[in-house]
Structures are given as structure tokens and as C-alpha cells.
Design a protein around this ligand. Structure first.
Ligand code: FES
Ligand code: FES
Length: 162
């Protein structure tokens, strides 16, 4: 078995250091080594989007990256969205609009929506649908999720303009 390597990465604003086998997937490293089980593992083939996180500020499939490839990177997982004990506006809106049922896709949905709103703070419905098509939900039919993203986008814009 190949020797593990030391990696250092910033996760949710905190530097973390650990060892990882060269072939360990980033999603497994987050869950098993860092205890960040909010990131879910679905297909492990880059299809379902459940494992989506932010890597250096951009949405990425953590099942398609090796942990060692994230050495030195800055990551955000769903655990990093809430701040000071307060849910992120996206999380609040998902709750209000019933944007989840089983919740399996939710971390990937949230990070995908977060990424969208960073690059496009005022997306129209078509743009929201296109962005969310990167994540598969087997439960909700997407309508609540789309409404949640619209609501969160509006609130975030209002907060900035205050
Ligand atoms: S688990 Fe990564 S895309 Fe499905
Ligand atoms: S809420 Fe169950 S898969 Fe989306």
C-alpha cells in the first residue's frame, strides 16, 4: 500500500492538517478524517452532485478529486455556511420553502446555489434551473428548491443594498 502524505488545507476558514493515502477521495477525507459528514456521497462518479463543495471559491465535485489534490486549497462545506449560530439565508429559505425532504441532496444543492449567487446575484428562473441541474434530487420535484434560491437571492441583495 502506498504511503500516506501529509496535507494541509483550509476548511471553513480553519487550517486543518492530516495525512491521506494518495488515492483517497476528497469527499471520503472530509467525512472520515475531518469528521465533516455534511458532505454526502452518492454516485462517486461526478453525476449526482451530492458531494459538491467549494474549492477555492468554486463549486466542485469532491468525489472527483483526491484529497492530496486539495493540499493548500481553501474549501467550504455545508458546515461552513452558517455563521455565528445563524443559518445562511439559503438554508433559511430552503427551510421555509420546504426545499428538502430526505435531505440527501441538500448540501450539494446549497453549495451549488451559493456558487451561483456569488457569480450571479440576481439569477432568473432559467438560470437557477440550469445551475441546479448539476445536482440530482430524488424527492422534492425542485419547485421548493427553486423558490428557496429566488428568496435567498432577493434577501442577499437587499442585505447588501442596506
Ligand atoms: S457523489 Fe460526487 S457527484 Fe455523486
Ligand atoms: S431531498 Fe431527497 S434527494 Fe433531494
Amino acid at each position: 500500500m502506498s504511503e500516506s502524505r501529509r496535507i494541509r488545507l483550509k476548511v471553513n476558514c480553519e487550517w486543518r492538517e492530516s495525512r491521506a493515502a494518495p488515492r483517497k477521495l476528497l469527499v471520503d477525507f472530509l467525512r472520515e478524517d475531518l469528521g465533516l459528514t455534511g458532505t454526502h456521497v452518492g454516485c462517486e462518479h461526478g453525476i449526482c452532485g451530492a458531494c459538491t463543495i467549494l474549492v477555492n471559491g468554486e463549486a466542485a465535485r469532491s468525489c472527483l478529486m483526491l484529497a492530496v489534490q486539495a493540499d493548500g486549497a481553501e474549501l467550504t462545506t455545508v458546515e461552513g455556511l452558517a455563521a455565528h449560530g445563524k443559518l445562511h439565508p439559503l438554508q433559511e429559505a430552503f427551510r421555509e420553502h420546504h426545499g428538502l425532504q430526505c435531505g440527501f441532496c441538500t448540501p450539494g444543492m446549497l453549495l451549488t446555489a451559493y456558487d451561483l449567487l456569488c457569480v450571479n446575484p440576481a439569477p432568473d428562473e432559467e438560470e437557477i434551473r440550469a445551475a441546479l441541474s448539476a445536482v440530482l434530487c430524488r424527492c422534492t420535484g425542485y419547485l421548493g428548491i427553486i423558490e428557496a434560491v429566488k428568496t435567498a437571492a432577493r434577501r442577499l441583495r437587499e442585505a447588501i443594498s442596506k
